[in-house]
Design a protein around this ligand. Structure first.
Ligand code: PLP
Length: 428
């Protein structure tokens, strides 16, 4: 049993109607309650956001936009979507938003559809350096139907900005290739993004500037990371990472002509009917994000990430780029133990109840299914209420497991300690 009566009653309902599904749900609830979630792109939503998703808004088609739907009966759907839009505009300080993208990747695909033509060149950071698959990976639509060129990090160890974006090289590449669009915003980049510098680069080569703030949206909303506005022409995000809302996407702009093209691209270009139960929950989540508590939460996320990075560095792990400015860090395991791989670490830590993901470090010699690194993030454990001092404890759990090379006894001991920690810091 959780301490969320609505979740308990849903489980009870399923136990009576569909025991097979109930079992799966019960196990997942227990898994989340008793493990420490360190995946940088995950979080625990509030009961209000959780249960706003499980509402009758799922029953209806609302193709189109408020005031211009293709189906009758959308009065309250219009109100829900207007509320989500209004709150998103207030949260990010922009003029136009589209709250319908089903996910971050769909939001990005909609931008490509709205602003580029197949074969057009765009500039981005490659996945191996911290970018996202929807930023030009060959197996993704963005890499199959468009022509990505990638800008680099500083790869020279002696450079003061080692493993940070090389803005001068980015400018040179953009001048050479004349991309129609420049993408910034990443999945595994621990440093502040200089949107103003990207604006200069975009102006130099006449490109549209797009920011994908999927990871840092919560920090941006709370003023803990500089805003992409007014520098960027179009901004996409997910709503379920640091922003702590339902799974979904969001597109924002200050430019009316771009807003019109985006609305057409999302529907009918990319998607059919919006997931209105999710749009409704987005409105609830944006309401929470406008509260003073949310700012305090994001400040704590940043403090916790820094504390965890410091605690791991003290134990001999190299933090790429020498630290973190945001909610996440990339941990290079090789300095602790040259044979340690991200794949082993992820697997061993999971047995001890610590959930992470293996991740390549810049210029990783190992393949993506092995890797030399772990990506760790503080958003979910901060939601549970862990503070800086608890990050020492978490680093200690991690190091005990990895130093033992996943020894069964050690993993079982740490598993028990993790469970005790989870008891002290309950889910929202
Ligand atoms: C997570 C992420 C996305 C994609 O989000 P999905 O909702 O999984 O499609 C897009 N861009 C970046 C930078 C991300 O980190």
């Amino acid at each position: 049993m959780s301490h969320d009566p609505i979740a308990d009653s849903v489980l009870g309902l399923l136990r009576a109607r569909d025991p097979q599904a109930a079992d799966i749900l019960a196990h997942e609830q227990d898994r989340q309650a008793t493990t420490l979630e360190l995946i940088a792109s995950e979080n625990h939503v509030s009961p209000a956001v959780m249960h706003a998703m499980g509402t009758c808004f799922t029953n209806k088609y609302a193709e189109g936009y408020p005031g211009a739907r293709y189906y009758g009966g959308c009065v309250f759907h219009d109100q829900a979507e207007e509320l989500a839009r209004e709150r998103a505009r207030a949260l990010f300080g922009c003029k136009y938003v589209n709250v319908q993208p089903h996910s971050g990747a769909q939001a990005n695909a909609s931008v490509f559809l709205a602003l580029l033509k197949p074969g057009d060149t765009f500039a981005s950071l490659v996945l191996a350096d911290g970018g996202h698959l929807s930023h030009g990976l060959k197996v993704n639509m963005s890499g199959k139907w468009f022509n990505p060129v990638h800008y680099p990090l500083h790869y020279d160890q002696s450079h003061p900005q080692f493993e940070q974006i090389d803005y001068d090289a980015a400018e040179a590449i953009c001048i050479e290739h004349k991309p129609k669009m420049i993408m910034c915003g990443y999945s595994a980049y621990p440093r502040v993004i200089d949107f103003a510098r990207f604006r200069e680069i975009a102006d130099t080569c006449g490109a549209i500037l797009m920011a994908d703030i999927a990871h840092i949206a919560g920090l941006v909303a709370a003023g803990e990371h500089p805003s992409p506005f007014p520098h960027c022409d179009v901004v996409t995000t997910t709503t379920h990472k640091t922003l702590r809302g339902p799974r979904g996407g969001l597109i924002m702009t200050d430019r009316e002509e771009i807003a019109k093209a985006i609305d057409r691209a999302v529907f009918p270009g990319m998607q059919g009917g919006p997931l209105m139960h999710v749009v409704f929950a987005k409105a609830v989540a944006f309401g929470e994000a406008l509260s003073p508590e949310f700012k305090t939460y994001q400040q704590q996320v940043v403090k916790n990430a820094r504390a965890l990075a410091d605690a791991l560095a003290k134990r001999g792990y190299r933090i790429t780029s020498g630290g973190t400015d945001n909610h996440l860090m990339l941990v290079d395991l090789r300095t602790r133990d040259a044979d340690l791989t991200g794949a082993d670490a992820e697997h061993w830590l999971e047995r001890a109840g610590i959930i992470t993901n293996k991740n390549g470090v810049p210029q990783d010699p190992r393949p993506p299914k092995v890797t030399s690194g772990l990506r760790l993030g503080a958003p979910a454990v901060t939601t549970r209420g862990l503070k800086e001092a608890d990050m020492e404890t978490v680093a200690d759990f991690i190091d005990r497991v990895l130093a033992s090379k996943g020894d069964d006894g050690v993993c079982a001991q740490v598993r028990a300690d993790v469970k005790a920690t989870c008891e002290r810091f309950r889910l929202p």
